[in-house]
Design a protein around this ligand. Structure first.
Ligand code: SF4
Length: 281
């Protein structure tokens, strides 16, 4: 049972309480995860990553400007395939025109599309926002529900979006797994999976619950600033000496190294052997 004053989140409670590598039960007793096998040394690395990224980005916050869980939910839907800066330009206009969840639920599709057009995929996003708002009004009395199991039943809301709203909007620990978290979790060998739910399960099984939200925000920041997709800036990375993929570059994602999966940096650069001519002289 969740402590008094806190908001229960069944999925997360199960993940947090599960012993390392144990099965995680999903809703309705069905098994959400098969037995997970983590890469060697992942737990040690994960805790070190938490410490170092906390020191590097002490004030990590969600860049999406919002004043309520509803606004955050809408902004997160808009942020798919779009920069946070662009979303932050659009949402003031959007929320001024549709200030309540009822207004969003009753918005005309074409009008909503026009307001959010610049965020891309505007038809799909407009539909998702309208349907989400309709669900909130019809099934939750106009209040965004503060539980994962309810959030993911809203049309247009996936697990990543739900985790953002939980973690940032309600203060309930959640680990949103986006493209940056996926990439960094793979390079740092915190998981052997590319599946978002499995990545979330693996990281949450190794990291204290209270760190989940901030770790996700910091991984995203680090992914934008340093561990970028095409050419990671390994020489200036604070995780360089513990990262199995350090300086391997984008095309060599598989780590090399010892039994703990950590690629050790050579103590000294090997001397280049002199080139011999074909004659041997
Ligand atoms: S050392 Fe390189 S690959 Fe590893 S986390 Fe840092 S930037 Fe990314």
């Amino acid at each position: 049972m969740a402590p008094a004053g806190s908001i229960a989140c069944d999925d997360h409670s199960r993940i947090a309480a599960a012993p390392l590598h144990a099965p995680v039960q999903g809703r309705g007793g069905t098994e959400l995860m098969a037995r997970r096998r983590l890469p060697p040394g992942a737990r040690t690395r994960a805790l070190e990553v938490v410490e170092r990224l906390r020191a590097e980005y002490p004030a990590a916050t969600c860049a999406l400007v919002h004043e309520s869980p509803l606004q955050l939910l809408v902004a997160t839907i808009l942020s798919a395939q779009c920069t946070d800066e662009r979303v932050n330009l659009v949402t003031p206009v959007l929320f001024a025109r549709y200030p309540t969840v009822e207004a969003l639920a009753g918005a005309a599709q074409e009008d909503l599309e026009e307001v959010i057009r610049s965020t891309g995929f505007f038809r799909m996003k407009a539909l998702a926002i309208r349907q989400m708002a309709q669900d909130v009004v019809e099934r939750y009395g106009g209040d965004v529900p503060p539980r994962m199991e309810d959030l993911v039943t809203l049309r247009g809301v996936g697990r990543k979006t739900a985790n953002v709203v939980l973690g940032v909007g309600f203060g309930v620990p959640g680990l949103p797994v986006d493209t940056h978290v996926t990439r960094l979790a793979g390079r740092l060998r915190l998981t052997g999976s590319r599946d978002a739910v499995e990545i979330e399960t693996d990281i949450c099984s190794m990291v204290p619950r209270e760190e989940w939200t901030n770790l996700s925000l910091r991984l995203i920041l680090h992914g934008r600033r340093v561990c970028v997709a095409r050419s990671p800036r390994c020489p200036r990375c604070v995780l360089n000496d513990i990262c199995p993929s350090a300086e391997l570059g984008p095309l060599r994602a598989r780590p090399k190294g010892g039994s703990d999966g950590v690629r050790r940096r050579p103590q000294a650069t090997a001397r280049k052997r002199p080139t011999r001519s074909p004659s041997g002289s």
